[in-house]
Design a protein around this ligand. Structure first.
Ligand SMILES: [Zn+2]
Length: 69
């Protein structure tokens, strides 16, 4: 059962890394990610709000929302 413990270890590592959920406004000009789904930066989003991970948002060139300091 060595492989099982390895998987568990990987899952634990993933949970501790930047796989935190963030929210994006799925508009063409959207360049920000948000930690809060209720953020005022998202409230004027006219498009779909999509949930992704911090890693993915960063790899797509998104930067952190200016309202969330
Ligand atoms: Zn925000």
């Amino acid at each position: 059962m060595k492989s099982l413990s390895l998987i568990l270890l990987l899952l634990t590592n993933i949970a501790c890394s930047e796989t935190k959920s963030v929210y994006l406004c799925d508009s063409e000009g959207g360049k920000k990610y948000h930690f809060e789904k209720t953020c005022r930066g998202l409230s004027n989003c006219q498009h779909k709000i999509i949930e992704t991970t911090l890693d993915k948002a960063k790899s797509q060139g998104k930067t952190r929302c200016g309202w969330e300091k």
